[in-house]
Ligand binder design. Structure first.
Ligand code: SF4
Length: 479
């Protein structure tokens, strides 16, 4: 079944049993910075702004007189980079990355940027957000050609092809590599001369271009540009290759069939609310989904409560739609990570209890609507409902600002397989009962499309709908 679904989605079915690493990551790169501070410090700030996109490891690559160097380690950005190192690194061009691997091992060797070097000390560094889908075939070809893998990350495949084609220059190497790889990649590569940003022909993952003084910035989200004081220029388009060099920016296209399929999950959950994506404010999209959700609720409630912090923006929209107050009736301990990325069920449950505490004086005897951006396993919702009821809430109605997840993602977001998702086989009423809530209401896909601006054609929503976007065509030939 999975194999058939993979074939329908245009995927290499061989990728499925391997459970390839599925990453959701952040990329931040600075080209030719000569202002106050240095490029490593700017990159550090940019990576801090993108920390929500990956918390397992962080790294930077840069070039100096002796070639391309890298500094990477497991951990959060502010733990990985020592202050002295940041101050002493005089590079003007730096490529940074934060990583979150989901099914692949969490190894220091997989921390990015990855770097490949020749004996003549020339090299290429690569930072990648996304997930390739024809990895098995490419992996086997590289093995046959004598490549020895140093990581278990699909990013190494991307880098190996760039390195193989590098004699033609980085821009051409990127173009040629894009004709071979398939899947999701928003990536930035660096060699001894240029920095090149490129995005797959579906544009699954975001990548923006900014300017800071006379230097160029590439970042996964526009909020990171704001953090470092850079101005937003534009997004890298699906299938586009943008080179930053001594002459400025240069754009070419890979010549592949483009089928824009930006991940709708970026709007629902993943991107920061202060980012702008596809010309739309993430905050405004989430708020609009909340207000559209108001039309789907048929229970009377006294107040709207956000599930902190993921449901805040949609809760504001829902409260506007229902003409009710938003009450911050659940306190969140801000010193713990997001439960979605905790590794095991027991740890997730403990994390939720450590994280949330309802304010009894607000909820006692009240009928409350609790809003979250999404429902994955239902763990957070179940414990939150139990905590609110224990605190005296008369009724708890769950309002989810996205449709139920039903299908796996192959393009760089870890969504658990069907058996681990909230069970909808008994319908919303059955699910509400299992969670302990009095009702559960989901936003529909149409609400998301309307909130984004009816750009259904340009969005991937496969994990909700099961309809996988046609992958941008390439030769698929491995030379
Ligand atoms: S399947 Fe879902 S998570 Fe994956 S790219 Fe599509 S919308 Fe995003």
């Amino acid at each position: 079944m999975l194999k058939r679904r993979a074939l329908l989605a245009g995927l290499d079915p061989g990728v499925l049993p391997e459970r390839q690493p599925r990453e959701k990551c952040g990329v931040f790169a600075v080209y030719n910075y000569r202002g106050p501070g240095n490029a490593a410090l700017i990159t550090y700030l940019g990576l801090l702004a993108l920390q929500h996109r990956g918390q397992e490891s962080a790294g930077m690559a840069f070039k100096d007189n002796s070639g391309i160097k890298q500094y990477r380690a497991m951990g959060l950005v502010d733990h990985v980079f020592p202050r002295d190192w940041l101050l002493e690194t005089g590079a003007e061009t730096v490529l940074g990355h934060v990583r979150y691997s989901t099914t692949g091992p969490s190894l220091a060797a997989n921390a990015q940027p990855l770097v490949a070097r020749s004996v003549d000390r020339t090299g290429i560094a690569l930072a990648h957000n996304g997930n390739l889908t024809n990895t098995r075939r490419l992996h086997n070809t590289l093995l046959r050609n004598g490549h020895i893998f140093h990581t278990t990350s699909d990013t190494e495949i991307l880098l190996s092809y760039l390195f193989r084609f590098k004699k033609q220059g980085l821009e051409k190497a990127v173009k040629k590599t894009m004709s071979v790889v398939q899947g999701a990649y928003a990536a930035v590569a660096l060699d001894d001369h240029n920095m090149v940003a490129f995005r797959d022909p579906n544009g699954f993952r975001p990548l923006v271009i900014g300017k800071l003084n006379d230097s160029f910035i590439f970042a996964s989200e526009s909020a990171a540009l704001d953090t470092v004081g850079a101005s937003f220029l534009r997004e890298v388009e699906p299938g586009e290759i943008v080179s930053a060099g001594p002459e400025g920016l240069r754009s070419i296209y890979a010549g592949l069939e483009v089928n824009p399929s930006l991940c709708v999950f970026e709007y629902v959950y993943f991107s920061r609310p202060d980012s702008v994506l596809g010309g739309k404010s993430i905050y405004e999209v989430r708020r609009r989904v909340g207000s559209l959700l108001a039309g789907r609720i048929d229970h009377e409630v006294d107040m709207v409560i956000p599930s902190p912090d993921s449901g805040v923006t949609a809760a504001i929209g829902l409260a506007e739609g229902l003409n009710l107050p938003v009450e911050w009736a659940v306190h969140r301990n801000p010193y713990l990570g997001r439960t979605f990325i905790e590794p095991t069920q027991d740890e997730r449950e403990l994390a939720v209890r450590l994280k949330f505490n309802p304010i009894r004086q607000l909820v006692e005897g009240k009928k409350v609507a609790v809003v979250d951006d999404s429902l994955v396993r239902g763990t957070t919702a179940r414990i939150l409902v139990a905590l609110l009821k224990k605190a005296g809430a008369r009724e708890v109605h769950l309002c989810i600002a996205s449709p139920p997840y039903k299908h796996p993602c192959y393009y760089g977001i870890d969504i658990p397989l069907a058996g681990d998702l909230a069970d909808l086989s008994a319908g919303p009423a059955g699910l509400a009962e299992a969670i302990g809530a009095d009702s559960i209401t989901f936003a529909e896909l149409d609400d998301l499309y309307k909130a984004v601006g009816d750009k259904q054609a340009g969005l991937c929503s496969a994990c909700f709908s099961g309809i996988y976007p046609k992958l941008g065509k390439n030769s698929g030939k491995v030379s």
